[in-house]
Design a protein around this ligand. Structure first.
Ligand code: FAD
Length: 394
């Protein structure tokens, strides 16, 4: 079958990492296509794939217990003004961040060290200072806080994908709204077959299809990715409760890994405060159909009860809120804890996959690295490609 279109590089997956890679690559070369479906209007009736960015809030911050994640988050956040200027779209709210936990919590100590090293605007707070600065939080005695301002807050992940894709388009990339069914390396390049039957040909392909990458068979090599369904609970914030929460930062709890976003406007016109906690009893869908079914579900109702209790304990004014609901999403774990950014078939097919539950905040930099790798450009980056390779023997 003759290809319908020929490109230099096709990027499969129009999500946070793929759209970032497309923006960077389109600045380096002509002939870039970004292929992937946009968000379905009707989730329940949608037969195709889903994404982990169908939401209005993702926490971003430099501080992180892992230096690689801290470094790539900083480099991504530093480029937000550039992305906004290149796309004409805004997506970032610098509401700040508060990490809190037991005084001896090692993850807070490591986060503080990494934040200091990278020059983030951080400060530590003792229990009295947390209570004075955020009177709506009820924290136990002997709580330690780590605050970051300026560079911390939340992005709209939908907005960031839109901005990256629009900037890529303005730099000459073609956006193709289609699901990919098959990718084949050939002697002269790579062919990409879409679900509507089109055949694209390219010198190289970068696969950034998130949780569906391996389940859709888009990698010629086994990746052993672990994909977990996740549940989030959202509570609708009316004007009265909202007034009590003015100045609320994004929040992370060192003990449980709970993350909380302050009230954010959603497309239905209401504001919602959101909590998520990764749990070991989250489901691990092992087929594309099972993952689609999870995305169509409302998540775990047991988590809803637990998360609501956690929130009401930390933010007592939420006991007055009446409208609580859940949503489902998925995270993709690699064996290394970092995304795999590597070639998987000679130097024709490459991957940029594995957000490990926090891929949004570093997504622009993962895309930057992937674009340089695929374009075969030399680059200088504090994180070497060695750290991002697929381990042997998966
Ligand atoms: C509940 C929840 C909360 C989170 N909170 C945070 C947070 O606060 N901060 C943070 O940094 N990170 C957070 N994350 C993680 C973050 O959202 C992910 O790491 C990030 O979305 C990963 O980006 P990605 O590009 O790999 O995947 P995605 O954003 O999912 O993009 C993958 C894309 O590939 C496309 N695709 C799939 N299959 C195909 C196919 N066959 N053909 C073509 N395209 C295909 C999809 O349509 C999608 O657009 C959270 C995740 C979840 C689930």
């Amino acid at each position: 079958m003759e290809p319908n279109r020929i490109f230099k590089t096709v990027i499969v997956g129009r999500g946070l990492i793929g759209s970032a890679a497309a923006r960077h690559l389109a600045k380096m070369q002509d002939g870039v296509a970004l292929v992937g479906p946009t968000e379905p209007m009707d989730r329940a009736a949608h037969p195709g794939v889903f994404a982990s960015h169908y939401d209005e809030g993702r926490m971003v911050r430099i501080v992180d217990p892992d230096p690689v994640w801290a470094e790539t988050a900083k480099r991504s956040i530093d480029r937000y003004p550039e992305i906004a200027a290149e796309s004409g779209q805004s997506f970032f709210t610098p509401s700040g961040y508060l990490g809190y936990g037991a005084v001896e919590a090692p993850s807070l100590t490591r986060s503080q060290e990494n934040g200091q090293r990278l020059g983030a605007a951080i400060s530590t707070l003792d229990t009295a200072e947390i209570r004075a600065r955020y009177p709506f939080f009820s924290v136990p005695d002997d709580t330690r806080g780590l605050s970051e301002t300026g560079t911390a807050g939340h992005v709209s992940p939908r907005g960031l994908v839109r901005a990256q894709a629009e900037a890529a388009r303005r730099h000459g990339a073609e956006l193709i709204d289609a699901e990919v069914r098959r990718i084949d390396g050939t002697r002269t390049g790579v062919t990409v077959e879409t679900a509507d039957g089109s055949l694209l040909k390219a010198d190289r392909v970068l696969v950034a299809a998130g949780a569906f990458t391996e389940l859709c068979g888009l990698s010629p090599r086994r990746l052993a990715l672990r994909v977990f369904g996740r549940t989030v609970t959202l509570v609708r914030i009316d004007d009265e409760v909202g007034a009590a929460l003015v100045g609320m930062p994004t929040v992370g709890h060192a003990g449980t890994g709970a993350y909380i976003l302050p009230p954010i406007a959603y497309p239905d016109g209401h504001r919602y405060l959101k909590i998520g906690i990764g749990t070991t009893d989250d489901p691990e869908p092992d087929t594309a159909e099972a993952l689609k079914d999870w995305f169509k579900s409302e998540g775990s109702q047991r988590d809803k009860v637990r998360f609501k209790a956690f929130l009401e304990d930390l933010i007592p004014v939420l006991a007055e809120a009446r409208d609580w609901h859940t949503d489902s999403c998925a995270v993709t774990w690699t064996a290394t804890g970092y995304p795999y950014i590597d070639f998987v078939d000679g130097d024709r097919i490459a991957l940029a996959v594995g957000g490990n539950g926090k891929g949004a905040k570093s997504s622009d930099d993962w895309g930057w690295i992937a674009a340089h790798m695929v374009a075969k450009r030399d680059f200088d980056h504090p994180v070497t490609l060695d750290k991002l390779r697929l381990p042997q023997g998966l």
